[in-house]
Design a protein around this ligand. Structure first.
Ligand code: 5RP
Length: 223
């Protein structure tokens, strides 16, 4: 089975967590795109979705899924999103699609985080995937030095030769060389650094369930 087919499998499987009559939180990325495509079949059963990016919003609107502003909703029963890495406790690295800040906001609004991923995303220790960190541009150089002191190496993410600008008008650092053995402590620490908007470690907003796409089918992990 190809990676694309595994993503489609978990995207479809995530529909079972969508509660008819309730707004659903929707993440960002190629796996979530499969979920959005599947969600279109339920669009008449839900009031709409709260989106974590302009890209997901555009895809949902094209498919006729109503997108609500986060301020219109107090709490979501479920948030469906992908991950760049997930460990055996449900801690994740996210932000490969540069949407980590809004993803963390929508995850925090949700009672349950359902992660959908192909099995290549499961890791023993977080950090092999370059850690995305959304930053205020004027702080970028200082933050790169701070990551260096932790043993990491940070680069400003580029798009067409220029710093990528997020949906929030900020930049992304990608940090390699880290081994994140204490995700909660790491998230707490980096969150204190002036100029950090969001660190891509999702420990406080970890997954409750992971639907993992494997050649043998969907494996459900609960944390
Ligand atoms: C976007 C994310 C995505 O969930 C993550 O990058 C996984 O994406 P994909 O499903 O395309 O592998 O965090 O900011």
């Amino acid at each position: 089975m190809t990676q694309d087919e595994l993503k489609a499998l978990v995207g479809q499987a995530a529909l079972q967590y969508v509660i008819p009559g309730e707004v659903v939180g929707v993440g960002t990325g190629s796996t979530v795109n499969k979920f959005i495509d599947a969600l279109a079949s339920m669009k008449d059963q839900i009031p709409g979705a709260v989106s974590s990016s302009e890209a997901s919003t555009a895809r949902m609107r094209t498919l006729g899924i109503p997108v609500l502003d986060a301020s219109e909703v107090t709490e979501l029963s479920v948030y469906i999103d992908g991950a760049d890495e997930i460990d055996a406790r449900g801690f994740m690295v996210k932000g490969g699609g540069a949407a980590l800040t809004r993803e963390k906001i929508v995850a925090a609004m949700s009672r349950r985080f359902v992660c959908i991923a192909d099995e290549s995303k499961m890791v023993p220790v977080l950090g092999a995937f370059p850690l995305p960190v959304e930053v205020i541009p004027m702080a970028a150089a200082r933050l790169m030095r701070q990551f260096q002191q932790l043993g990491g190496k940070a680069h400003v993410r580029l798009k067409d030769g220029q710093p990528l600008v997020t949906d929030n008008g900020q930049h992304i650092l990608d940090v390699t060389g880290l081994q994140i053995t204490d995700p909660l402590g790491f998230e707490n620490q980096v969150n204190q650094w002036p100029g950090v908007v969001t660190v891509g470690v999702f420990a406080h907003q970890k997954a409750d369930v992971c639907l993992l796409g494997t050649p043998g089918g969907v494996k459900t992990l609960s944390f």
